[in-house]
Ligand binder design. Structure first.
Ligand code: NAD
Length: 336
């Protein structure tokens, strides 16, 4: 029995998390869910978007499945997702994408992006520079790259590749221009690649060329590792190769905790209509089961999801069907 913190979240969050809980239970995985508040739901009930007892639960279980959270706009709140990443030092953002949709413009895509989640330009060190009478004459954002941060994300990428039977790691960088920050990333990567040279093929590519090749010939990639902002951009790009955010899961992994979620947001425009697609969160749930060692249940869920989508059984409107969250989930559970 695994203990897992469950944060249903906002908007469509509660309905897709309930669907995912039903499917995971039907898969035979044995999970004790500790349901906790987060986001607007928490703000309304306990006056903070990230309550202490939610954090305490994650500290205890060390693993969470999280629905999308709406960050209140303009009220001085920082993003709750960023706060969670910082609190638990979730340094690796892992985004696998695989073709499921039949008839989509690319077929047989099977890629994983490993994004550094704590450093780079997203460190949050920014300020304006006043010149003359203009207090905002210029602005600076500082890109922080540490050997510690680079080593742990690259180590994660190589070890992930081995554990998931992948063949190649591509390091995407901009060391030709950002000679220090990106140079450090590249140097450490090249050095570490030697340790794995008998098991994992390694290449490095400039980020802009990587972006182009991902469109022209995505099949040449397997695992891609990159720094924070480049990873933010590339991860949405690779989601586009398989049909968009509705099928994109993500894992935020740290040494002491891991949080799995869909890449999409709380979709307030379709809240309460029972048409949200639970697939991305379900794929995140399968990643979570892999993380817990329940590989068989994870694989059963992925294959039930794939056949439900390929056979176009009760698809939700975003996938071109007329099904609902409930009928789609029922169809999936029948296949399990
Ligand atoms: P969104 O991803 O919520 O929605 C974009 C579009 O995709 C909408 O038309 C929506 O209906 C559709 N969509 C998204 N998920 C869907 C699903 N599962 N099934 C069917 N359609 C789906 O992005 P947004 O509108 O920019 O953001 C809404 C809120 O979500 C914001 O408050 C934002 O801060 C938050 N957000 C949270 C996360 C997170 O918690 N990880 C991520 C992104 C955005």
């Amino acid at each position: 029995m695994h203990n897992v913190t469950l944060i249903p979240g906002d908007g469509i969050g509660p309905s897709i998390t309930e669907a995912v809980v039903r499917v995971i239970e039907a898969s035979g995985a044995s999970i004790q869910w500790d349901r906790k508040l987060g986001g607007m739901a928490a703000l309304h009930e306990v006056n903070t978007p990230l309550p202490d007892n939610t954090l305490d639960s994650i500290r205890r279980t060390r693993i969470a499945l999280k629905g999308p959270l709406t960050t209140p706009v303009g009220a001085g709140f920082r993003s709750i997702n960023v706060a969670l990443r910082k609190e638990f030092d979730l340094y690796a953002n892992v985004r696998p994408v695989r073709t499921i949709l039949p008839d989509y413009r690319y077929q047989d895509i099977d890629l994983v992006l490993v994004r550094e989640n704590t450093e780079g330009l997203y460190s949050g060190i920014e300020h304006y520079v006043g010149i003359g009478g203009d207090p905002r004459a210029a602005a600076e954002s500082v890109m922080i790259v540490t050997r510690f941060g680079v080593e742990r994300i690259l180590r994660y990428a190589f070890e992930y590749a081995i554990a998931h039977d992948r063949k190649k790691v591509t390091l995407a960088h901009k060391a030709n221009i950002l000679k220090f920050t990106q140079g450090l990333f590249l140097d450490v990567g090249r050095e570490m690649a030697k340790e794995y040279s008998d098991r994992i093929e390694f290449e490095d590519r400039i980020i802009d060329a990587t972006a182009m090749l991902l469109v022209m010939d995505p099949y040449r990639f397997d695992v891609i590792v990159t720094e924070n902002m480049f990873g933010d951009i590339l991860s949405d790009q690779i989601a586009g190769l398989v049909g968009g955010l509705g099928l994109a899961p993500g894992g935020n992994i740290g040494r002491d905790a891991a949080i799995f979620e869909a890449v999409h947001g709380s979709a307030p425009d379709i809240e309460g209509r029972n048409i949200a697609n639970p697939s991305a969160l379900l794929l995140a749930g399968a990643m979570m089961l892999d993380h817990l060692g329940d590989y068989e249940q994870a694989e059963r869920i992925r294959s039930a999801l794939e056949s439900t989508i390929r056979e176009k059984d009760s698809l939700t409107p975003d996938l071109g069907g007329q099904g609902t969250t409930d009928t789609f989930t029922d169809a999936l559970i029948r296949r399990l």
